[in-house]
Design a protein around this ligand. Sequence first.
Ligand code: FMN
Length: 299
Amino acid sequence: MDNFYQTSLFFPMPTVIISTLCEDGTTSLGPYSLVQPYYVAGKDYYAMLLCCRNSSNTAQNILRNGKCALNFIDDSKKSFHEAVKLSWPGDKPSDKMPRCNFRLEKSQIEEQTGEKRPMVLTDAIQAIECTWMRSLDGADADQPGQLSGYEGPYHDFNGITSKFGAHFILRVDRILMKKRYSDAIINGVRACDFPPLPVDYGYRDSKNFWYHKKRRMRAELLQVRKASLESVRYAADRADDKVKFTDDALQTILGVPRVFLPVVLKGCVSWAKENNVTLITAEHMKIINDKRAKEKAKK
Ligand SMILES: Cc1cc2nc3c(=O)[nH]c(=O)nc-3n(C[C@H](O)[C@H](O)[C@H](O)COP(=O)(O)O)c2cc1C
């Protein structure tokens, strides 16, 4: 059946309020669950994917100006009630926004660059400010304005993808987060540090939206499988004809899974070549690691 994830499955999803920019420059809000990370590594940017009705205010605004923010609300009854209030199909922003109780504030990107952006939810636990990558899948020419269904041909995964459907690949421009949660990410999370995000099971029996509140977090330890020095030495000796590794250096990467070892060794070799090093020691490995951590932090 259509909407199989709701009609034929129990499918846990996040609840986000998407803010978009209307033609008159005001911000409109709509609740969405079909959002997920899309490009997570190995591309020039990170991206989210949104799947939505193409006649929604959200889709129409994204088609028009490409900007949105994904605001993650908390799991209180009040917040979820407010989200569902914003979900009646066909309500225009002028119908629903005056009755909306979510507090909004100016985007930091707009404040810093002057570029017009949708506002973000002040009380969101975290928010992702995004830009639609309209060039992917040749969706540049997709335009807003057709509220009673788009005619084909349709794109496969970006832009208008069916008569009533759209998918948007959304570049992550900035992540905003309440300080206590970003501190937890930086300092290492404990069970009590996870934010109270709802788990949403969607609209069922043409009646209710179902969700549950955050429950106690549990941790399951991954048993790190340590490779033997000999097996890492075997790969290291073949990584390059000039650059070699001491045993102490290799001791620091015994916990790296076998499939990632060639990439890690290659990274060390390129660092060595840039720095005129021919024998990589444990101290060098520390410098390489710190450099990698710094680059990650900068990103
Ligand atoms: C919790 C929740 C999650 C929803 N998730 C989606 C979704 O992922 N995709 C979608 O097209 N509609 C979804 N809807 C329905 C939209 O909110 C609805 O179409 C609404 O009219 C969109 O508002 P807008 O036109 O202002 O964008 C969801 C509704 C709720 C309450």
